[in-house]
Design a protein around this ligand. Structure first.
Ligand SMILES: Cc1cc2nc3c(=O)[nH]c(=O)nc-3n(C[C@H](O)[C@H](O)[C@H](O)COP(=O)(O)OP(=O)(O)OC[C@H]3O[C@@H](n4cnc5c(N)ncnc54)[C@H](O)[C@@H]3O)c2cc1C
Length: 302
């Protein structure tokens, strides 16, 4: 989809939108899969309501991209433009135990920045790629913690109300890789309340989490993290492993040899290959265990 109409281009320029024509989603996602479209980078949160109105007026569909680390995007010319927040400066402002963080901030850098100021709690999130906005949307978590536990306030564009609002943490429900935000809501900034901890102690926790990841995940390969959510009381990876499916492939899409719930792009995998592999594995697990695995990866397929 191209944002090419002259009136649209003028409207985007007036809103301070930075347009990158023909962006390749294979370069913007950690799986390295996905076709092309225009990327619209938002420099001012306040421009979002007018931007959405402008796009709708021109019948242009859109999707919202964070860091692209939990996405499987379709091949070829894509039928929507991509919106993404540009990073402001500064991305993080600390106030006692509160960290006010822009949604475009890198999650890992946020964890380490807070750690250096003796604010802990998020050690488990070290090694989770992507942005703070994406982590909020997905309620990212690992090793027994999730970001939602620390959220006190979220500034977001509420698609249903067509305006920017602030929600208190207790107005939002954060569950396992699921939140109560609307499907088209856009996270803009968050206030986290983090426990005080000496930097040395946080660093120790970070090292332990890093080591666990290094020893179990295919970190040098292109992936989107876990493909499936764990069903209640079970492990998707263990079920896939028990069926001997590590190494199973469709084209260059492959079940990782290291972690059975990580599917990797071992070369030039297409979205079609990856979707076929996901469907094959889901079917085999259902036949063997009677459990239908739900995607953790977000699929944007035309
Ligand atoms: C090697 C590896 C390890 C991983 N380990 C973990 C892990 O341990 N735990 C875990 O939870 N995840 C893990 N992930 C998955 C992924 O990193 C997280 O889900 C991450 O929080 C996604 O953030 P993102 O900014 O990349 O989101 P994206 O992939 O860009 O987007 C994911 C979804 O969030 C939406 N979104 C993104 N930003 C916003 C925003 N500002 N407002 C509204 N919606 C938005 C998108 O529209 C999309 O629906 C891993 C991924 C990789 C590659």
């Amino acid at each position: 989809m191209r944002a090419e109409h002259p009136k649209l281009e003028a409207g985007l320029a007036a809103l301070g939108i930075d347009v990158r024509s023909g962006a390749s989603l294979s370069e913007l996602t950690s799986l390295g899969i996905g076709g092309t479209t225009d990327l619209l980078r938002i420099t001012k949160h306040d421009s979002i309501p007018d931007l959405i109105e402008l796009l709708e007026h021109h019948n242009i569909q859109y999707k919202f991209l964070g860091g692209g680390s939990n996405l499987l995007v379709g091949d070829g010319e894509l039928p929507w433009v991509i919106l993404q927040l540009a990073k402001p400066d500064p991305e993080i402002v600390l106030e006692g135990n509160f960290a006010h963080v822009d949604a475009a901030a890198d999650l890992g850098r946020t964890v380490t920045f807070c750690a250096k100021h003796d604010l802990g709690g998020m050690e488990g999130l070290i090694g989770v790629p992507g942005t703070v906005g994406g982590a909020l949307r997905m309620n990212a978590g690992a090793y027994g913690m999730q970001i939602g536990s620390y959220v006190r306030e979220v500034k977001l564009y509420r698609a249903a109300e067509r305006k920017i609002e602030i929600l208190k943490g207790n107005q939002i429900s954060f569950e396992y890789r699921h939140t109560s935000f609307g499907p088209d809501d856009m996270m803009l900034a968050v206030t986290l309340e983090l426990p005080s901890k000496p930097f040395k102690e946080i660093l120790q926790g970070i090292r332990i989490c890093n080591e666990k990841r290094r020893s179990s995940q295919p970190l040098g390969q292109k992936s989107a993290g876990c493909i499936f959510k764990n069903p209640p009381g079970a492990s998707a990876g263990r079920m896939i492993d028990e069926l001997g499916l590590k190494g199973l492939s469709v084209g260059d899409a492959k079940v990782s040899d290291r972690h059975a719930n990580f599917f990797v792009n071992a070369g030039q995998a297409s979205a079609k290959d990856m979707l076929a592999l996901i469907s094959d594995v889901r079917g085999r697990v259902e036949n063997a265990f009677g459990v239908k695995l739900e995607n953790e990866v977000v699929v944007w397929n035309a």
